[in-house]
Design a protein around this ligand. Structure first.
Ligand code: XLS
Ligand code: CA
Ligand code: CA
Length: 437
């Protein structure tokens, strides 16, 4: 059965196309720099927002028309796989991502949950083989069920810690079976509501123990994918331990995990943490831990995680600059952890969401590539720090100074004031965005 019979394969038609079901900028085989767009962008579809979720929100019921979900339980899970692969093929993406409970319902016991997963994973494996579509990452949902209400690896209850470990163990086996390129940990409940009853040190130690055991098990079964932590400051927890890239990095360093993990950076989580998306990418890049990206966009007028499909070219341009400077995403990709709005109820809207997201990143890539080729910002930055290329600046870099020498310099030098010309740079950036086709 076809679930998207009214939609054919989405083609690249170029910027003048008026066909809403066509790419205007994403031309998979076009070469930008030394790679095709497809190789650089590595787009992935998120199973949960696209096939599982039904449009409920804290105030309202399901709105989405999703014929594959009608039957419920395992029947829905089976239908969802067929819908998913039809969608991936028609959209022309090579990767997808899922949580365990997105693909198969939990059973009454853990054993039954595993059995459900095995049935669906077997079918996914067949379809992956038949289509060449790959798993960018999978993850274990350690936040939805009430057992995780006080945390998973950071729960005060050791039985919950064990249950979470069992889920991740199974998740890693699935990752191995489906040759996932990464495995993600998002700690939605790994944080605290109040310090009145929280032993933070114990919780952080336990979280690190959990990650070490996950690494050991991956090694034991020969899973070679990249481990990723996905930072988010809050929601659902009031305070989450992996608040942002910097706090995740400190945690990884403190617990001897930094060589084994990278980060999965989500745009909307960056803005929730009070950073720009490009700040988080930049911070991860300069510390060598930029692993993968959850490509979405938040609504800056709202204080929560709206997970919209990205459409802001300014942001995708600056994000692609970071990704290109990182030499690409390696095993990572651009995963659309994004959902259509609650009133975009038809299956075809899923295509429109992904098309605008893919086109926005494709255009961002083109603009970023031109900016880098022309060294627009690089030259400016070089000039801005040129006081360090000779004289006292050079002495500082070479470790040839001390406070006495610097004091002497300060007493005999007049500081020259310079303009940073931010408005000029913004204008140039606009020009590049506007002139790129
Ligand atoms: C929620 C997170 C989550 C992770 C995977 O805010 O984005 O969906 O990506 O668990
Ligand atoms: Ca995410
Ligand atoms: Ca999100």
């Amino acid at each position: 059965m076809a679930y998207f019979s009214q939609v054919g394969n989405i083609q690249f038609e170029g910027k003048d196309s008026k066909n809403p079901l066509a790419f205007k900028y994403y031309d998979p085989n076009a070469v930008i720099g030394d790679k095709t767009m497809k190789e650089t962008l590595r787009f992935a579809v998120a199973y949960w927002h696209t096939f599982t979720m039904n449009g409920t929100d804290p105030f309202g019921d399901a709105t989405m028309i999703r014929p594959w979900n009608d039957r419920g339980g395992m029947e829905a899970a089976k239908a969802r796989v067929e819908a998913a692969f039809e969608f991936f093929n028609k959209l022309g993406v090579e990767y997808f991502t899922f949580h365990d409970i997105d693909i198969a319902p939990e059973g009454d016991t853990l054993r039954e949950t595993y059995k459900n997963l095995d049935v669906i994973v077997a079918r996914i494996k067949e379809l992956m083989k038949a289509t060449g579509i790959k798993l960018l990452w999978n993850t274990s949902n350690l936040f939805a069920h009430p057992r995780f209400m006080r945390g998973a690896a950071t729960s005060p209850d050791a039985d919950v810690f064990a249950y979470a470990a069992a889920k991740v163990k199974k998740g890693l086996e699935i990752a191995k079976e489906l040759e996932a390129e990464n495995f993600v940990f998002w700690g939605g409940r790994e944080g605290y509501e109040s310090l009145l009853f929280t032993d933070m040190k114990r919780e952080l130690d336990n979280l690190a123990r959990f990650y070490h055991m996950a690494l050991d098990y991956a090694k034991e079964i020969g899973f070679e994918g990249q481990f990723l932590i996905e930072p988010k400051p809050k929601e659902p927890m009031k305070h989450q331990y992996d608040y942002d890239v910097a706090s995740a990095y400190a945690f990884l360093q403190e617990y001897g995990l930094v060589d084994h993990f990278k980060v999965n950076i989500e745009a909307n989580h960056a803005t929730l943490a009070g950073h720009t998306f490009e700040h988080e990418l930049h911070y991860a890049r300069i510390h060598g831990i930029l692993g993968s990206v959850d490509a979405n966009q938040g609504d800056l007028l709202l204080g929560w995680d709206t997970d919209e499909f990205p459409y802001d070219i300014y942001t995708t341009t600056l994000a692609m600059m970071e990704i290109l400077k990182n030499g690409g995403l390696g095993k990572g990709g651009l995963n659309f952890d994004a959902k259509v709005r609650r009133t975009s109820i038809e299956p075809v809207d899923l295509f429109f969401g992904h098309i605008v997201g893919m086109d926005s990143f494709a255009l961002g890539l083109k603009v970023a590539h031109r900016l880098l080729e022309d060294r627009v910002l690089e030259s400016f930055i070089e000039e801005r720090y040129k006081s360090y290329s000779d004289g006292i600046g050079r002495e500082i870099l070479e470790g040839k100074t001390d406070f006495r020498r610097l004091e002497e310099h300060a007493m005999n030098t007049d500081i020259q004031y310079r303009s940073d010309r931010l408005e000029m740079l913004r204008g140039i950036l606009n020009q590049y965005i506007k002139e790129t086709e």
